[in-house]
Design a protein around this ligand. Structure first.
Ligand code: ATP
Ligand code: MG
Length: 452
């Protein structure tokens, strides 16, 4: 087997060869080329030491020199070069005291996780080195550990999660032995740094079919370990509302969000929007389960989960806000004031995301896309109301606290209370948003306040 190599990569490789060193393309790039996709980034492995690579090229960043990795900037490309090594980094935060270099590319390949990731392409010629038959597995679309799965997972608890992530990303199957070895490695996975778990979770959510990975996670015990709150949604049936239990509903919603290509924030909200249902479930008098206020409990649990796996605070706030708002029920009898209150509560910039979440939720309920026309009446109404009145916060009022002080109201708490009352009045009736009218209302409100 022989692979066509990009001319720039050939040129970079010839620099290594001029210095008497070998260099190979490795990792995801090789896998992607063999799958007929364009390789995203170039990872190279070489018998040259990091110090040597730094001498060979003008522009080199010592990105991970402790682990034998440097980044070469070459003709607009940034190329990671790692010296042949005998072991990978440990993902549980422990690092070998000293990086152990390997003598050959074959030895380097034997430390890698899956056969499809353990193929090298010798540069500049393009000969394929494939000691673990990764090409066969790529053809069969199978993820299989290099060597003994139990041992490989035992060395690094992140690998089981990488396996299920690749299953979603590539839509490959897990080899039976590889899959069966995951439960025995959960203790190792429990030791992995939360940041690394989050990276894999993000990658899973950004695939076309996140449910493939979550399904495998459930089957192997990874879900219970990493997202026990989601795992508890299995078997929570919702007869009367849904065909599916809460877990299947959540996974379908997440897939639907992914199919729309929406942001990570909306995908997280789709995955977790009903996670409060097991806790809030009560049997109603009519024998149908109820889930009152589940959106609040879902938001609370989601915050706990996302803090635990170290999501940034602003993202946590955005996801929780979407979840808290996901139960809106528009009716054309809503007054304009009710529509304005909805806009203020949700935030103008969040409405598109909330609608995307609603479409995902509806897909998860029915198992098929919702009628695209069903949100149109609300959308039209929102646009109409937004175009008419722009009053959303105190700063949009025609008067300010200073005007109130000017009319003799003492500075302090009372000013804030009156301004909020004015805002309420203007949301109910935007025609009131004129200086004279507001001063008049403010006067009356202050009088009422003083009588208390
Ligand atoms: P992607 O970049 O799409 O995540 P990738 O296969 O390039 O996929 P990287 O995390 O960039 O994955 O790692 C590059 C290569 O390093 C992998 O293909 C694999 O050979 C090896 N590798 C990465 N992480 C591990 C690990 N935890 N254990 C063993 N080998 C690993
Ligand atoms: Mg990569």
């Amino acid at each position: 087997m022989h692979i066509r190599i990009d001319p720039v990569l050939k040129e970079a490789a010839s620099v290594f060869n001029r210095h008497g060193k070998e260099v190979c393309l490795v990792g995801g790039a090789v896998r992607d080329i063999l799958l007929g996709k364009k390789a995203s980034d170039w990872d190279l492995a070489s018998d040259a030491s990091p110090e040597e690579v730094m001498r060979f090229f003008k522009r080199v960043i010592p990105t991970g020199i402790k682990h034998g990795t440097v980044t070469v900037l070459y003709k607009g490309h940034s190329i990671e070069v790692t010296t042949y090594r005998t072991e990978a980094d440990y993902s549980d935060g422990r690092h070998p005291d000293q990086v152990q270099y390997a003598a050959t590319i074959e030895e380097d390949l034997s430390r890698r996780d899956f056969t499809m990731n353990a193929i090298a392409v010798k540069l500049p010629g393009g000969d394929v080195i494939d000691p673990f038959h990764g090409q066969d597995d790529i053809k069969k679309r199978i993820i299989r550990c290099v060597g003994n799965s139990g041992e490989r997972f035992g060395e690094d608890g992140l690998r089981p999660l990488r396996a299920v992530r690749f299953a979603s990303q590539l839509q490959f199957d897990l080899d039976g032995e590889t899959c069966n070895a995951i439960p025995g490695a959960l203790e190792k996975t429990a030791m992995v740094a939360p940041e690394r778990i989050r990276q894999e979770l993000d990658k899973i959510l950004m695939t076309e079919r996140p449910s493939i990975a979550f399904g495998l996670m459930e089957q192997t015990g990874l879900l219970k370990l990493i997202l026990p709150e989601l795992s508890s949604c299995r078997g929570i049936d919702q007869k009367g509302y849904h065909k599916f239990d809460v877990l299947d509903h959540s996974l379908l919603a997440c897939d639907a969000a992914a199919a729309e290509g929406v942001s990570l924030t909306v995908r997280l909200a789709a995955l977790f929007h009903d996670i409060g249902k097991p806790v809030t479930r009560r049997m109603g008098d009519d024998g149908v389960w109820t889930f009152y206020n589940h959106e609040k409990e879902s938001s609370r649990l989601t915050r706990t989960i996302l803090c635990r796996i170290r999501y940034p605070n602003n993202m946590i706030d955005d996801v929780c806000h979407l979840i808290e708002q996901h139960m809106f029920h528009y009716d054309e009898v809503w007054s304009d004031a009710a529509v304005r209150r909805f806009i203020i509560r949700v935030g103008e910039d969040t409405i598109d995301d909330l609608f995307a979440l609603r479409r995902a939720d509806a897909f998860g309920t029915e198992g098929r896309p919702m009628d695209p026309r069903s949100l149109l009446p609300f959308r039209d109404r929102l646009e109409k109301v937004m175009s008419e009145a722009k009053v959303q916060s105190l700063k949009d009022l025609a008067i300010s606290g200073r005007d109130l002080i000017g009319m003799g109201i003492p500075p302090g708490k009372q000013i804030g209370i009156i301004l909020h009352e004015l805002l309420e009045a203007v949301i109910d009736d935007p025609e009131l948003n004129h200086r004279d009218k507001l001063l008049e209302i403010a006067g009356k409100t202050a009088e009422r306040y003083n009588q208390k």
